[in-house]
Design a protein around this ligand. Structure first.
Ligand code: MF3
Ligand code: CO
Ligand code: CO
Length: 274
């Protein structure tokens, strides 16, 4: 069965046990996460037709320098950029490059800053200029799916309650849920136990307890759920090349629900981010 361990007493690695964090840890997570959220807020002003995903990466590097924040993805398992930028049929882990984005594209930017050793992990969707109604709808469904997953976070529920809330909603909207990637415990480690599946059934998976910290980051497709990873070893795309979207928050379980660490300081939810 699942083991839970006080984070302060746990080794700084993924042992499979679920870490329980204290109030000071929540304060530190909020602090790191709010820098990530501000970066994502500000990115909305530079993303337009002609912007390259490298421009986005450059912004993430500079914003990090200005806030004493280290991009966690830089040199993580051989990854060489400071964020992930996933356009259109790219599900996740798109690698920034110099190609200008075009009107009608949709792009996910996923940023994780490390401050005082704590990881604030969040991603959002951005429209590039005017986008199609189908793309707009997918973005809306994906955001709603994340927020419904977050509403299921409270002590006594299990990770399966989160997955079910996301899956039932997304599929009722005639969309599909990616299975190959999941949310994860986060804190002083980037990726820790438990896995947070974005599908499943209430009662499955470990019980949620106050003090747990993890991400929820559903990837939702307009077409079939299956994905493949390109030969660069990172870029994950939908096999049927259908449009896909993702939103991610880092959250902490409280006595009666959860705290969202990566909420937008500007109050941004869905685009347009104004
Ligand atoms: N930020 C991603 C996540 O949500 C992980 C990116 S790892 C990278 O878990 F190496 F691809 F950058
Ligand atoms: Co994550
Ligand atoms: Co992320």
């Amino acid at each position: 069965m699942t083991a839970y361990i006080e984070a302060a007493a746990a080794p700084l690695k993924n042992t499979g046990s679920i870490k329980i964090y204290n109030q000071a840890d929540f304060d530190a997570m909020r602090n790191a996460s709010q820098v990530t959220a501000r970066c994502l807020d500000e990115l909305s002003h530079i993303i337009k037709p002609g912007t390259s995903t490298q421009d986005i990466d450059d912004f993430v590097v500079e914003f990090g320098k200005a806030h004493d924040a280290l991009p966690a993805t830089l040199n993580y398992r051989g990854y060489r950029k400071s964020c992930c930028t996933s356009i259109n049929h790219v599900v996740c882990h798109g690698i920034p490059n110099e190609k200008p984005m075009r009107e009608g594209d949709i792009v996910n930017v996923d940023v994780t800053y490390v401050i005082d050793g704590w990881h604030g992990d969040s991603s959002r969707m951005y429209p590039v200029g005017q986008i199609k109604r189908a793309a707009e709808r997918l973005i809306e469904v994906t955001y709603n799916a994340l927020m419904l997953g977050i509403e299921a976070v409270k002590p006594g529920n299990t990770t399966g309650h989160i997955g079910e809330a996301i899956q039932v909603y997304a599929e009722a909207q005639r969309c599909s849920v990616v299975r190959e990637f999941c949310g994860h415990g986060v804190g002083k480690l980037f990726h820790d136990a438990p896995n947070i599946l974005h599908y499943g059934r209430a009662g499955e998976g470990p019980e949620l307890r106050p003090g747990m910290i993890f991400t929820i980051e559903p990837m939702i497709n307009l077409g079939r759920p299956s994905v493949k990873v390109l030969s660069d070893g990172w870029t994950a795309v939908t096999r049927d090349r259908s449009l896909t979207a993702q939103y991610e928050h880092s959250v902490g379980v409280t006595e009666d629900g959860c705290e969202i660490f990566t909420t937008s300081p500007s109050g941004y939810t869905l685009p347009p981010y104004v």
